[in-house]
Design a protein around this ligand. Structure first.
Ligand code: RBF
Ligand code: MG
Length: 309
């Protein structure tokens, strides 16, 4: 996949460009469906399949007060879009100036003149231009005027058709600890990335279950509790159990994200690590002594092994 990170690098329009545009936070099943429609259309007209996105996320530039935790940071978003099979990813550096472009300028200058759009695939709630003034009706008008096809794609539903899949739904599911349902809406396990930092050296010494403590680079962290996970580090994937929270058995009240990796005895301080959340096991609890916590962790490991086998 060709990744273009500056409008200045859009020198010649693409051949029969078929595009979709969005923030694509989470690269969920709905986004993946848009990418597939773009790829099919591009195949049909011998064209180029293109995803257009924005970096930083527009919410970071436009409203400073409440910042949504992003589901996928830029690095992971690029990886996932690449996996979808899209030919070109155009990341528009999002600035206040860019946000102030009127809808027509955005379409005529960026989409038509620079990208060479011949077809665009968007959801029916798609909005564009300054103050989100453009909607799908206006896009169709511009399509007639500038000679591109507008394809409106339906929202994707959860497999049981209970809800529409959206980035908002996925944030809610992850924050509620429902990682199994999150998996159904993103089409992969929810993953966090970070770096291993030294902890209090308590897990191994006191409890018999050493953990890698993680300094998250990601923003969206699952609800406090114990989870069956897989762990990617040192170029391999391992099974594990994660604990997220304040370890209430001890009174230091420090929030940690930690994983105990099964059948593992390496020291991985400072290494990059990725944790995939497979299933929630239980809430965190305050135990009356270290021995009962320790035997509960032993049970958690058995539970995780059964889930992961
Ligand atoms: N600490 C608690 O205070 N309550 C818990 O319920 C709890 N569950 C855990 C489950 C697992 C699988 C692991 C690996 C750790 C858990 N811990 C829990 C955290 C434990 O206290 C921590 O790993 C050590 O204190 C080292 O930081
Ligand atoms: Mg630890």
């Amino acid at each position: 996949m060709n990744v273009i990170e500056s409008i200045n690098n859009l020198t010649t329009p693409f051949n029969n460009a078929v595009i979709t545009i969005g923030n694509f936070d989470g690269v969920h099943i709905g986004h993946q469906a848009l990418f597939h429609e773009v790829i099919e259309k591009a195949d049909a007209i011998n064209g180029t399949s293109i995803a257009v996105t924005f970096e930083p996320h527009p919410s970071r530039v436009l409203n400073k007060k409440y910042q949504l935790p992003l589901i996928t940071l830029y690095e992971q978003k690029v990886e996932l879009i690449e996996k979808s099979g899209i030919d070109v990813l155009i990341c528009i550096p999002f600035t206040k100036k860019f946000a102030s472009f009127p809808a027509q300028l955005f379409v005529e200058d960026l989409l038509v003149k620079h990208i060479g759009t011949k077809a665009i695939v968007v959801g029916n709630d798609y909005r564009f231009g300054k103050n989100r003034e453009g909607d799908t009706d206006l896009l169709k008008k511009f399509g007639d005027r500038f000679n591109f096809e507008v394809i409106i794609s339906n929202w994707k539903q959860m497999p049981d058709r209970s809800e529409r899949i959206s980035s908002t739904l996925i944030r809610e599911l992850v924050l509620a600890g429902d990682v199994a349902k999150a998996q159904k809406s993103i089409g992969r396990y929810y993953q966090i990335r970070g770096q291993v930092v030294s902890g209090r050296n308590r897990g191994g010494r006191l409890l018999g279950f050493p953990t890698a403590n993680i300094n998250l680079t990601d923003e969206l962290c699952p609800k406090a509790g114990v989870y069956a996970v897989t762990v990617e580090c040192i170029n391999k994937t391992f099974n594990g159990v994660a604990n997220i929270g304040y370890s209430p058995t001890f009174d230091d009240n420090i929030f940690t994200v930690e994983v105990h990796i099964l059948n593992f005895n390496k020291i991985i301080n400072n290494q990059r690590i990725r944790v995939n959340f497979i299933q929630r096991i239980r809430d965190e609890k305050k135990f009356s002594n270290i021995k009962t916590l320790s035997s509960q962790i032993e049970k958690d490991i058995k539970t995780a092994e059964a889930i992961l086998k």
